[in-house]
Design a protein around this ligand. Structure first.
Ligand code: ZN
Length: 93
């Protein structure tokens, strides 16, 4: 199950505010709320840092697929614009 970072943030804020008004007996919940807020912020940062990179890598992989193919004689990776394989010298198209 994947819980969005914003849900963690809201839950943490709610817990912190509620336990703050409930008083000293709920100080543990107050700190738990702060911890959940920290977790939410951490998750937000993680998703912010990692998601753009992943899409760039995916785009690159797609681009490489578009421009490269394999020689059917020796399995060497060739460019689609190549007419002859650079490895075995056989005709590609
Ligand atoms: Zn070849």
């Amino acid at each position: 199950m994947k819980i969005p970072a914003l849900v963690w943030l809201m839950l943490g804020i709610l817990l912190t505010v509620v336990s703050y008004y409930l008083g000293d007996e709920f100080v543990l919940f107050f700190y738990a709320g702060l911890l959940i807020i920290a977790l939410g912020v951490f998750k937000l940062i993680l998703s912010y840092v990692f998601s753009p990179k992943e899409t760039i890598i995916e785009k690159k992989a797609v681009q490489q697929k578009d421009h490269y193919s394999k020689c059917r004689h020796c399995n060497n990776i060739t460019r689609k614009i190549d007419y002859y394989c650079s490895m075995c010298g056989k005709q590609l198209r």
